[in-house]
Structure formats: structure tokens, C-alpha cells
Design a protein around this ligand. Sequence first.
Ligand code: 5GP
Ligand code: ZN
Length: 117
Amino acid sequence: MPGVTSDCLFCRIVAGEIPATVVYETEAILAFRDIAPKAPVHSLVITKAHHADLPALARADPELASELLTGAAEVAKAEGVADSGYRLVFNIGPDSGQEVAHVHAHVLGGGRLGGMG
Ligand code: 5GP
Ligand code: ZN
């Protein structure tokens, strides 16, 4: 469901209740640095509206899903990795290890990333 839920960590960041280092923001999108970076550049890009994961967002609001992806590309530019390359990761569901049930893209880069295997 869209909207803001008070028990969701990323909704609380959107509401300004939990501090974050913001690297990019539009009316609908917010990006901030991951608190436990797994690469030299590691930011999270979220929709300000609450959606549980990417499939839920894409079904409910395809235009906003597209904005999330272009937002991720803008974050890569802002973080200086657009030309050197980066990885976008969406964790979805238990086997992925998704910890926060509010859609977010991980933008990872700033050095050679490990293989996917
Ligand atoms: P997931 O595992 O759900 O795909 O990713 C959640 C991410 O959120 C993790 O990489 C974790 O380090 C990050 N994270 C968890 N709590 C916070 C927080 O309070 N602030 C920020 N900036 N990142 C957080
Ligand atoms: Zn939320």
C-alpha cells in the first residue's frame, strides 16, 4: 500500500524521523547512503510512497517504478560511478535476504565488484 507507515524504517527516513545522508531527492524519490556499505559506493534509492518490493510497486504504479530506475541512474551520476559502472540490486523476499520491506534499489560501485556466481 502506498502512503507512510510509522513502523517501516524507510518510511521513517522519508518522514525525517531517522537521519540519513541524502544523495538525491525528487518529489517522489529519495536516495541515501547505506549505513553498512558493501562497496566504496553504496546508496539506496527508494520511493517516498511505501511499496513492499519491486513487483508490488511495478503492479501498483508503473510510472513510479520507472522513476525509481531513472532515479538510480541519477544517483550513479551524483556518486561519480555512471561512467566506471555500477550494479543495481533489488532484493525481493526471504531467499534474497531482504531486510526492509520497502522497495529499494542498491546502487553499488566505486571499484571492481565481485562476480555474480
Ligand atoms: P535489504 O537487505 O533489505 O535489501 O537492504 C537493506 C539495507 O538497508 C541494508 O544494506 C542495510 O545496511 C541498510 N540499512 C538498514 N538500516 C539502515 C538505516 O537505518 N539507515 C541506512 N542508511 N541504511 C540502513
Ligand atoms: Zn515504508
